[in-house]
Write a new protein. Structure first.
Length: 142
C-alpha cells in the first residue's frame, strides 16, 4: 500500500514533469524538498510501474505549417481488429482512441492542408468495416 504523503509527492512530481520534463532532478528536489537522489529514485519507480510512459515535447504545429484535426468514425463490430490494424499504419495519425461517445474511434490527425484531410477520409472509407467518418478541424487551443 502506498502511503498518502508518498502518493501526494508522486502526484506533485508528475505535475512538475508535465509542465517541464527538462527540469533537473536537483531543481525538482528543491521544489519538493527532497534530495536529487530521492527524485531520481521516484522517477525511476514511476517509469518502471508504467505510470510515466515517456518524456516528450509539446509542439506548436502551426509554427511549422501543420494543423491537427480530430476525426471520429464508426466501425461495424466484426471488423474492429482489422480496422485498428489498418489505421495504425496510416502515416499522419498522431493518436488513436477507442471511444464510448458518438463514435467508435477518434483519431488525432496531423495535416498541412485540406487535401490531406480529404485523402485521409478517403483512405478511412476504403477500409472494410468503416461506416461513417466525421472530421473536425481544430481551430484554436484554449
Amino acid at each position: 500500500m502506498v502511503r498518502k504523503s508518498n502518493q501526494n509527492t508522486d502526484e506533485k512530481l508528475i505535475k512538475i514533469l508535465e509542465e517541464n520534463s527538462r527540469l533537473s532532478y536537483t531543481k525538482i528536489g528543491k521544489i519538493l524538498g527532497l534530495s536529487e537522489a530521492a527524485i531520481r529514485k521516484k522517477i525511476s519507480k514511476l517509469v518502471k510501474k508504467g505510470i510515466i510512459k515517456k518524456f516528450t515535447v509539446e509542439i506548436d504545429w502551426k509554427k511549422i505549417g501543420k494543423n491537427l484535426a480530430i476525426v471520429g468514425f464508426d466501425v461495424i463490430p466484426e471488423y474492429l481488429e482489422k480496422v485498428i490494424d489498418n489505421v495504425k499504419k496510416i502515416e499522419n495519425v498522431k493518436k488513436f482512441y477507442l471511444s464510448s461517445g458518438d463514435h467508435t474511434f477518434l483519431v488525432e490527425l496531423l495535416y498541412k492542408d485540406k487535401d490531406e484531410i480529404k485523402k485521409f477520409v478517403k483512405t478511412l472509407k476504403k477500409i472494410k468495416g468503416v461506416k461513417r467518418v466525421c472530421p473536425s478541424v481544430l481551430v484554436e487551443e484554449l
